[in-house]
Design a binder for this molecule. Structure first.
Ligand SMILES: O=C(O)CCC(=O)C(=O)O
Length: 223
């Protein structure tokens, strides 16, 4: 495995994988293919998952994943949630770093990290995530964790079946998230979610006052 990245195998049962796949299917069917080679002309992406399904809540808040990534980033927020279905015929994505989306000068440590959940077996042939040193093959139900400074990309799919994964990006809680979750998940929706998820979406203060509403912790809006 690429230094800096880690795979945790079998965090989801096959039943859980099947339930998540079923919830994502209609969303993926309705999603367009990408329109350039970076996002992939044979790849479908569905963003904004907390607003669209409750089937992923336990994955977004998985204690083992949160513990591993919080050890790297400290207090975190969700940054992006995207189902990525790489279909046969897709070419390899250019290697890139996720941290480069923010103009944070180098040398200050990691401030973003990703979890990629495998909902199919990830293989070299079907587009397993690539690193400089090779691909991250893993069985369905596993998760790949890596920091925002690590070059990576989706692989080419030369198999005959799609490769489905869910990328969950986290940021240090003082940083602006990629997705604007408090718009896609306004208080009336957020109130129906687990408390840990509410906090990860942004309904929690980063002490002493980042993210406040009228000087108060935004979680009070949900009471
Ligand atoms: O799907 C993958 O394996 C990685 C995709 C990726 O890094 C991206 O779309 O930015």
């Amino acid at each position: 495995m690429e230094p800096g990245a880690v795979i945790l195998e079998d965090l989801l049962s096959l039943e859980e994988v099947a339930a998540i796949r079923n919830a994502l299917r209609p969303l993926l069917d309705a999603a367009p293919f990408g329109t350039n080679s970076f996002v992939g002309r044979h790849t479908k992406r569905v963003f904004g998952l907390p607003a669209k399904t409750r089937a992923l809540d336990h994955l977004l808040t998985h204690p083992r994943v949160l513990a591993e990534l919080e050890a790297l980033l400290g207090p975190m927020l969700l940054s992006t949630t995207v189902a990525v279905e790489i279909q046969p015929g897709e070419t390899a994505q250019t290697l890139h770093t996720d941290g480069s989306a923010w103009p944070v000068p180098p040398g200050g440590g990691e401030f973003v990290a990703n979890a990629i959940w495998a909902l199919d077996d990830f293989t070299e042939a079907n587009g397993a995530t690539r690193f400089t040193s090779g691909v991250a093959e893993m069985p369905a139900g596993s998760v790949l964790l890596y920091p925002g400074s690590l070059p990576h990309g989706g692989g080419a799919n030369v198999s005959e079946a799609p490769r489905l994964g869910v990328i969950v990006g986290y940021t240090a809680a003082w940083l602006r998230q990629q997705e604007n979750f408090t718009l896609t998940c306004p208080p009336e929706l957020a109130r129906t979610m687990p408390e840990r998820l509410q906090a990860l979406l942004g309904y929690e203060l980063y002490p002493p006052f980042v993210g406040h509403v009228d000087g108060r912790d935004p979680k009070e809006l949900l009471r």
